[in-house]
Design a protein around this ligand. Sequence first.
Ligand SMILES: Nc1ncnc2c1ncn2[C@@H]1O[C@H](COP(=O)(O)O)[C@@H](OP(=O)(O)O)[C@H]1O
Ligand SMILES: [Mg+2]
Length: 274
Amino acid sequence: MHDAPGSASATGAPTATPQAADAYDVGFAAELAHGAGELLLELRDELGFDDPKALKAAGDRRADDYLLGRLAAERPGDAVLSEEGKGEQGRVGTARLDADRVWIIDPLDGTREYSEAGRDDWAVHVALWQRGLGLTAAAVALPAEGVTLRTDALYEVPEARAGKPRIAVSRTRPPAEAEAVAAAIGAELVPMGSAGAKVMAVVAGTVDAYVHSGGQFEWDSAAPVAVALASDWHASRIDGAPLRYNNADPYLPDLLVCRPDLAGPALKAIAETH
Ligand SMILES: Nc1ncnc2c1ncn2[C@@H]1O[C@H](COP(=O)(O)O)[C@@H](OP(=O)(O)O)[C@H]1O
Ligand SMILES: [Mg+2]
């Protein structure tokens, strides 16, 4: 099932409605993602790469403090679900379950790659979920590439590439399902860090698909998926079901983001592995 922007899912609940966004929220999401990215770049310069563990911890903390601070100051009535948040703003929080507006953020996605010199496959994710609408506004910053992608921009699906299709997979945890899709469509696997960087590589046309399974959380995919759906790319669970956000348990272990024409063959190849 293609979970198109604004479309109703099987149960009638829309999961992504980027066109319903207030331009004010999209601009704010982009400002936040960009701002956190600038701080992360500065921190890399300050600390260097000699102690990757310390750099990762400091990056998570600095980006999270910045995002939570701005959200508290500028959107005080909204709830937050952050990978790095504590209490109500983290995975154990319950206030967001009754809230009408919830910011789902990953202050530093691709933490491992952030701590490795020369790598640019890491990202900052900022998404807004609204009750009855799903994801309505989002931005993904790729600070080392100097770009911030957003739900109010159009990233058109290009013509199919001349050579083999390319499928982005986790550098450290490439799933068997991706191998099956690659075999079925004659594609090559492209290992890359960060869920955000991989979805943005799809949207930029650098790769044709991103297949993930085995574990992930809502903050890893919310903003990237909103950006992809807003430009009519395919994004779903690997069984074709819609991706749903702001669930009591934020575990959302798998996804497929790809060119719309590859969704059918990819979902078929995955189904055959299960
Ligand atoms: N099996 C798994 N369980 C939980 N999280 C996972 C996971 N596989 C990937 N992820 C998360 O998804 C993001 C992208 O992973 P990868 O780079 O391997 O593709 C990373 O986010 P963080 O960097 O924010 O922790 C990583 O932690
Ligand atoms: Mg992440």
